[in-house]
Design a protein around this ligand. Sequence first.
Ligand SMILES: Cc1ncc(COP(=O)(O)O)c(C=O)c1O
Length: 220
Amino acid sequence: MSNPTLVVADLPKLAALAHRYGARMVVDNTFCPLVVSPALHGADVVIHSLTKFVSGASDIIGGAICSSREFIAHLMDVNEGALMLLGPTMDPRIAFDLTLRLPHLGLRVAEHSRRALLFAERLRARGQKVIYPGMPDHPQHELLATLVNDGFGYGGIFDLDLGTAERANELMELLQNRDRFGFIAVSLGYFDTPDVLFRQQHLERALRARNRRSLASRRG
Ligand SMILES: Cc1ncc(COP(=O)(O)O)c(C=O)c1O
């Protein structure tokens, strides 16, 4: 699933094409972990930005390369492996932290998908232009339906097309600064957006308390 257009790739067809010419197919599955398992549809290598849904809290930067033992061993070869030579080895504490989040990834992804569909349908009902691969009018909806694993929905991202950059910026400003419902962010896949309101208020209270304390100590 592509970022940001949410075009769904025809994995079996692309895999057949790649393999016919002796190439490996590499799929970036960051947008739909568990929803689609590209390895079941012909991918030789699957990569993920763990920074997004897999972390789920926007507090970790990481990535994963998933493939056959032989391919990973080749990458890690002490003399020639790209991972050994270029050095993208994960901090073991980060790796451990991520393993604690994997058991509930399924629950989180299913809920992300449920909410994405809900918001997409509500916005559509209000006349907005919405793109979501879980909706029957998405150009690759039927294809995606043949690729998904049961129980995880169609992914946690939908696009809202407001027509112009000005309107999009205006909405984002309102969501972040007035409604505190969604916020302008560099990543995705957090826990739910309404929580931002609580965290924002919590942060503001903590900052006010800290300022009061430092004022009092200067006066004292
Ligand atoms: C589909 C996809 N793959 C990979 C990345 C890179 O992620 P990272 O920030 O973990 O390097 C992104 C970032 O937005 C992405 O959207």
